[in-house]
Write a protein that binds this ligand. Structure first.
Ligand code: ZN
Ligand code: ZN
Length: 663
């Protein structure tokens, strides 16, 4: 059981939100394997006093923002906290108990003060846990966040990573995963629909009134003057405000909705065009995840400035503090069939990381293996895979998002002539730590005579089962990702076999979204593959040495015509290596063309890119940071007694390696 302890505090909205979302994502991924506790020591140690402080904080940021800015700067620029850390005796004691009795594997702070206490407690002693700081602010990051020790600092975006790096935090300690938003942003329901402004649908505005309540009535009245605008007003837990809003909007029930506190924020954000809100850390991050442009009507000096700055730099909204400004900007956003609104939306999409919480959870679960935590004096830093930046001078994505990915993108299952079912394939590759797997069962051209014959054999996907095949892969994607962090892709190997090698082609469609008619001609198929954002790859394009292999040389013989259309050529297929692909400097990958478990001992592709299907495809298309490796699996033989019959079968199959050439 992995034990994970999260410290949070109720000052400002972001810390608790981040803590909750990280917990939910860990529980979603880790299931019974992880125990996560969230603790607010300010609340549990100082109860009523803490509540007074919290209220004072909220009042301060609303009524006396200048004073708050003074305090913020003081905390940023002096060692006030370090000097006064002793005054938090009660909290330090409570924390010590939690850490020593709870024996957590990972400790996470979403509020910076806790790290100072941990420093105090472990002065000169080794820590027995990995320590992670989830920075909830962007760009304007108070130095409190990184003055105390932490193994890793998880930040919401590249700009913030840059700020930390400039301040002297080691690059290896900074991880950009995005702000941890609710899981729903990454897994929206199919029925969330955003009306299409370009086709004349009504604009939908979402107005969150969390502060600046005095201005609210005037803003609502002005918004209502536009009769085709639909308005959702969220008033939180403020009953007085709700009554007021109901009164102002009387008679407009058909286009106004007033809601109280809600946990439906992902849905609301994904079904509205424009959000009016203050620049709160969590709200701005949720808007980015939900890809909704913002009109920001209040910025708390100090910590919220960075949140606004993020939107300004992305050009994904505007600052509109006065009611009149709000209306003017909304009008601009929606004029010309919502052109500006659409531009903002495209811009915000480029910085959106809706799956941030899952990425963070995966990172934490990986760290939470107790053996990962070496107890070295003076704190720990987990050993990391060295980042070979020198080898990758052309990398476009920041290096910390990239990693070495082990991929097999050409495999067969029982849907054609493979031995394993799709679900067995997921476990087989998942257990071996593969990062990406594409299932590419054979599909024959029914117009060709050979295709017609083969369609009768059951060794290719029967034409009537193509939809089932896609559905079956789709069904496994979630489990593959959840259980193994394995990206599962749907694909097809289009077999266009003639009577001679020179009239035969095998073409892979990798990461297809839906079936393609195999009777189309080759160029049409490639066009359809590309229209789906998928890759067209020439499989075993040159002469095979293996006895089993039948040569398919059509594409190779027609290179001039097809090279511009093909995304990559297999430079290796199982045991075969095709030197000419390398000599011609064609874009390449290597695959196992796995039909049975023992084929796992074969050539594979290694990619250096972000672990995400679009990034994987782009890496192959550009064909930079691609390498091939000869994969040998020596892990089998361990724990055989505990293995199931099915596993034993796989084991015995694998151990029969090396494959006799004539098999
Ligand atoms: Zn083939
Ligand atoms: Zn194949």
């Amino acid at each position: 059981m992995k034990r994970i302890l999260i410290f949070t505090a109720g000052f400002g909205e972001g810390h608790n939100t981040a803590a909750r979302n990280v917990r939910d994502a860990i529980e979603f991924l880790g299931e019974d394997d992880a125990q996560v506790d969230i603790v607010d020591l300010f609340d549990s140690c100082y109860g009523r006093f803490n509540e007074l402080m919290r209220q004072a904080y909220i009042t301060a940021i609303n009524r006396t923002p200048k004073l708050w800015q003074g305090i913020y700067n003081l905390l940023d620029n002096t060692h006030l906290v370090e000097a006064n850390i002793d005054s938090l005796v009660r909290m330090k004691k409570a924390m010590e108990e939690l850490l020593i009795e709870g024996q957590p594997d990972v400790v996470i702070s979403t509020y910076p003060i806790y790290n100072f206490l941990i420093d105090e407690i472990y002065k000169g002693r080794p820590r027995h846990f990995a320590q992670i700081t989830v920075v909830t602010d962007s760009i304007s990051v108070n130095s409190l966040w990184y003055r105390a020790a932490s193994d890793y600092y998880l930040v919401p975006n590249d700009d913030t990573a840059h700020v930390l790096a400039e301040a002297g935090v080691e690059a290896a300690q900074i991880k950009v995963f995005g702000f941890p938003v609710q899981l729903e942003f990454a897994r929206p329901s199919d029925d969330y629909r955003l009306p299409d402004l370009a086709r004349g649908d009504s604009p939908r505005l979402l107005y969150l009134i969390n502060s600046g309540k005095k201005k609210a009535p005037s803003v609502i009245e002005k918004l209502l003057e536009h009769e085709n605008w639909e308005l959702t007003i969220a008033v939180g837990r403020d009953d007085k405000l709700r009554q007021l809003a109901v009164k102002i909007t009387a008679g407009c029930d058909d286009r106004v909705r007033i809601i109280g506190w809600t946990n439906q924020m992902p849905k609301l954000m994904m079904t509205h065009h424009l959000l009016i809100t203050k620049a709160g850390g969590a709200t701005v991050q949720e808007a980015i995840a939900g890809k909704i442009p913002l009109l920001i009507n209040q910025v708390v000096p100090g910590q919220e400035e960075g949140n606004y700055e993020l939107i300004r730099r992305a050009n994904a909204g505007a600052l509109a503090e006065k009611p009149k400004e709000i209306i003017t900007w909304a009008e601009r956003a929606f004029e010309n069939s919502g052109q500006l609104c659409q531009t903002w939306r495209q811009n915000i999409t480029t910085i959106s990381r809706p799956d941030s919480a899952l990425q963070i959870a995966r990172f934490i679960l990986d760290l939470a293996v107790p053996t990962n935590v070496p107890a070295t004096p003076g704190g720990i830093l987990h050993t990391q895979q060295a980042t070979p930046t020198a080898l990758h001078p052309h990398s476009d994505a920041p290096a910390h998002q990239r990693r070495l990915l082990l991929c097999d993108l050409h495999t067969h299952t029982t849907f054609s002539d493979g031995k394993l079912t799709i679900s067995e394939m997921v476990d087989f590759y998942g257990q071996r730590g593969f990062d990406a797997l594409c299932i590419t069962d054979h599909l024959c051209d029914p117009k060709r005579l050979l295709g017609k014959l083969v369609n009768l054999t059951g060794l290719v996907i029967p034409p009537g089962e193509l939809d089932d095949y896609f559905a079956a892969i789709e069904k496994e994607k979630n489990r593959a990702w959840k259980k193994y962090g394995l990206i599962l892709m749907s694909g097809v190997e289009f077999n266009k076999d003639g009577y001679t090698p020179k009239t035969s082609t095998h073409l892979l469609g990798i990461d297809l979204k839906k079936p393609i008619n195999p009777a189309l001609d080759l160029k049409e198929i490639i066009g359809e593959i590309h229209a789906q954002g998928a890759l067209a790859v020439a499989s075993h394009p040159h002469k095979m040495r293996s006895i089993w292999g039948k040569d398919t040389l059509y594409l190779w013989e027609h290179q001039d015509e097809f090279a511009p259309l093909i995304d990559a050529w297999e430079i290796a297929n199982r045991d075969d290596i095709f030197n000419p692909v390398g000599l011609k400097r064609l874009p390449f990958i290597a695959n196992s063309d796995l039909h049975k478990p023992k084929h796992i001992h074969s050539w594979k592709t290694l990619l250096w890119c972000e672990k995400e299907s679009e990034a994987i495809k782009e890496c192959i298309r550009i064909n930079r940071d691609v390498s091939i490796t000869l994969y040998r699996d020596h892990r089998f033989g361990y724990g055989i007694d505990a293995a199931s019959a099915a596993e034993k079968k796989v084991v015995s199959d694998v151990l029969s390696f090396p494959e006799p050439a004539a098999a």
